[in-house]
Design a protein. Structure first.
Length: 267
């Protein structure tokens, strides 16, 4: 893997390249991303771009691009895959443009003091994200190879949705502020959102601007080994469960390399 810093640029841009990439890919990605920043009112403090080509013959979209931006302390992220690097870079630019539009609405809403009507309407027409393909690793070879533990944000469902979408995540683990419950928010087809909680209290959530449904079923109580067994058997992208030893909401998720990652709240 090589790291290619961009000299004399404001903001500083860092590009990482991994795998056999076409000539000029780094310059093209740099140009496409920087042109998006001309209309950003808030200072963009840093830009990190990662370009990857996988060599798994079973992968139909081997070119993967990812970008992480720091916009005046607010993070924005995009992660896409395509059949060619030029297409992946174009998709990355389009996805980042959407994320920056979301951040602009956020800043405008904060300046105005109250959320604008229809603040979440931009989600309704979103194109499906061009996610990377999962490496086809057999279940018996999968392991929990990454464990992340952090203090969960205490926020409303609308705030959690904003966080999830600007970071281009498939799900978001947080503590819902009205109920005090560890919760996970995720997308449901075609344009809605689904909320699951350790102990559901939908009557306490209040009004949301999202097209939201709430699971009435408490998160199953289990340990990481049992959550892994469920993932191995059902092939789900993630499992939200109540840890039997801590009573907190955990998420075991499927990584793109075919293994699993575990997210737990910090004690």
């Amino acid at each position: 893997m090589t790291t290619e810093p961009v000299a004399s640029q404001t903001p500083e841009v860092e590009i990482e390249a991994q795998g056999d990439l076409p000539p000029g890919a780094a310059d093209l990605a740099r140009t496409k991303v920087l042109t998006l920043l001309d209309g950003v009112r808030e200072p963009v403090l840093s830009v990190r771009i990662r370009l990857t080509r996988t060599h798994n013959p079973a992968t139909e979209r081997p070119f993967i691009t990812q970008a992480n931006l720091d916009v005046n302390g607010r993070a924005a992220r995009a992660h896409v895959a395509a059949e060619s690097m030029s297409e992946a870079i174009d998709l990355l630019r389009d996805r980042l443009a959407l994320q920056l539009a979301r951040l602009r609405r956020h800043w405008e809403s904060r300046r105005g003091g109250v959320p604008k009507a229809g603040e979440h309407e931009w989600r309704h027409g979103d194109e499906p994200a061009h996610r990377p393909d999962y490496f086809p690793r057999p279940p018996e070879e999968r392991e929990i190879i990454r464990h992340k533990s952090f203090s969960l944000a205490r926020e409303s469902v609308d705030e959690a949705a904003f966080e999830m979408d600007t970071m281009d995540y498939d799900f978001h683990l947080f503590t819902e502020i009205n109920t005090g419950q560890d919760s996970v928010l995720y997308h449901t087809a075609p344009t809605g959102y689904r909320l699951a909680q350790v102990h559901p209290h939908p009557e306490q959530l209040g009004t949301t601007a999202l097209p939201l449904t709430v699971s009435p079923t408490p998160a199953p109580r289990m340990n990481p080994a049992e959550a892994k067994q469920r993932m191995d058997t059902l092939g789900q992208p993630f499992v939200f469960y109540t840890d039997e030893s801590t009573g907190r909401g955990n998420v075991l998720y499927h990584r793109y390399d075919g293994h699993y990652g575990l997210i737990t709240p910090a004690e």
